[in-house]
Design a protein around this ligand. Structure first.
Ligand SMILES: Cc1cc2nc3c(=O)[nH]c(=O)nc-3n(C[C@H](O)[C@H](O)[C@H](O)COP(=O)(O)OP(=O)(O)OC[C@H]3O[C@@H](n4cnc5c(N)ncnc54)[C@H](O)[C@@H]3O)c2cc1C
Length: 423
């Protein structure tokens, strides 16, 4: 079975050949959406940029996700407001609106052909009791921060989805979706047009601050000395980044994609072509692809993504897909893959300067398509001395007992599974 649909159906990108440049202004570690967007922003400002990617551009989470580009915080807005205060919760929520705008702006400015659509997000009540939660979310959102959000009854939601599995819904109309593989390659090409060097198969194996203040960055393709380094390694990757690995929890999430269904059959499932998520803690997300397949994902198992766990999750997800859409029982699965979601303990991203000249942005916790792209642009400003648009320079403690391998995931999964059963 084929690997990630987005990578399989994106245009090929060929990284720069040869040795890495000797003394760029900025070295970026990681060629996901954070790194690519930052490379574009910095190169546009005239900086010389070398991006170093251990594998292929967008080969990890940025090319292996659900392709949803949603507004709104990952956390329940009211709970977030209770924790951090209304002003800050509103600021965070509006930053996600700006992040979707950033993706749209880059698509237009750089002419990236990636099927970006403002179709809205549909959150689906997976149990009758979850409808009350959606209604409470609707009240607080429309009062405080998102006046156009819509609440749907169990009857109304049947017009949005051809399934008996749901008991109401919430629509956030500012949300979008896109072909993330084509978007990432488009960003890489745009950064290169502005002069950034993009090296694939260039893992960073050592990082050392020199007496001069420059950072020496070592890869098998050569060593460079940069004035500034941006660590954009997401939830994956080896190398001299143990400080970050203790703070980011790589949680596996898995996806299957069907054979093409044809436009009519595909739209019969989700007539407004929205990006859908369910209300469970261990829930599902799904949408149609540009060539009219159904993409269906979820945290089928609480584990890291490996070839074996990806395959095992594929079976679990296909069964879940058929439970939602029994009319797809005869449909073949053509793609099955997994990836690491870069979770922080409080599910808020983190970005800032760790040591003089050493910057980072990561921890998007499942809302990274828009926020990673946005933070790449913001980090372009931060490296230029302007941190005014960075909401995520927050205290960041290591996860207790976490040294890189998340041994505690099965217990966390069992806990959330129990909460879902009791809800
Ligand atoms: C299955 C799945 C579904 C998801 N669904 C969605 C969704 O629908 N919507 C949404 O908003 N978000 C979603 N996410 C999250 C989103 O994809 C990520 O938050 C986002 O892509 C992070 O981008 P990034 O550039 O920071 O990290 P990444 O895309 O992980 O990129 C980091 C890069 O750094 C490289 N790297 C690591 N170490 C080194 C090193 N030592 N040297 C050189 N390179 C290195 C890696 O190879 C990788 O390419 C999903 C994630 C997964 C895994």
């Amino acid at each position: 079975m084929a690997d990630a649909y987005w990578l399989d159906t994106a245009p090929a990108f060929v990284g720069d050949a040869g040795e890495v440049a000797a003394r760029p202004d900025v070295a970026i570690v990681g060629g996901g959406l954070t790194g690519l967007s930052a490379a574009l922003a910095l190169a546009r400002r005239g900086a010389s940029v070398s991006l170093l990617e251990q594998g292929r551009v967008a080969g990890e989470a940025s090319g292996r996700n659900g392709g949803q580009c949603n507004n709104g915080t990952l956390q329940n807005y009211a709970a977030l407001a209770a924790k951090v205060g209304i002003d800050r919760a509103r600021y965070y929520y509006l930053t996600y609106n700006s992040a979707v705008d950033t993706v749209e702006r880059l698509v237009v400015e750089e002419g990236i052909d990636c099927d970006f659509r403002r179709t809205g997000k549909l959150k689906l009540a997976a149990k009758p009791s979850h409808y009350d939660g959606l209604a409470a979310a609707w009240e607080s959102l429309r009062k405080d921060v998102d006046p156009d959000v819509r609440l749907l009854s169990a009857q109304e939601v049947r017009e949005e989805i051809d399934s008996d599995a749901f008991h109401g819904g919430l629509i956030q109309p500012l949300s979008a979706q896109l072909h993330v593989g084509r978007f990432a390659v488009g960003l890489a090409e745009a950064a290169r047009r502005q002069g950034a060097a993009i090296h694939e198969q260039a893992p960073v194996t050592d990082l050392e601050r020199q007496a001069s203040g420059r950072w020496r960055v070592t890869t098998p393709k050569g060593t460079l000395e940069a004035s500034q380094v941006l660590v954009a390694t997401g939830g994956s990757g080896p190398g001299p980044f143990a400080w970050f690995r203790r703070r980011v929890i790589p949680v596996g999430s898995f996806i299957v994609v069907t054979e093409p269904l044809g436009k009519e059959r595909a739209l019969s499932l989700i007539p407004a072509n929205r990006a859908c998520v369910t209300s469970m803690n261990v829930g599902h997300y799904f949408r149609l692809t540009p060539d009219w397949r159904l993409l269906f994902g979820g945290r089928a198992r609480f584990t890291v993504s490996t070839p074996r766990s990806d395959q095992e999750s594929g079976g679990v997800l296909q069964a879940a897909m058929v439970a939602v859409f029994p009319q797809l029982a005869d449909v073949a699965i053509k793609y099955c893959w997994g990836g690491s979601v870069d979770m922080s303990a409080d599910r808020l991203p983190r970005a800032g300067e760790r040591e003089p000249g050493l910057f980072y942005a990561m921890g998007y916790s499942g809302h990274g398509v828009q926020m990673a792209t946005h933070m790449g642009q913001v980090m372009g400003e931060v490296l230029n001395g302007d941190s005014s648009n960075n909401p995520w320079n927050l205290p960041w403690r290591p996860v207790p007992g976490h040294f890189g391998k998340p041994w505690f995931l099965p217990a966390v999964g069992a806990w959330y599974g129990m909460l879902d059963r009791l809800s």
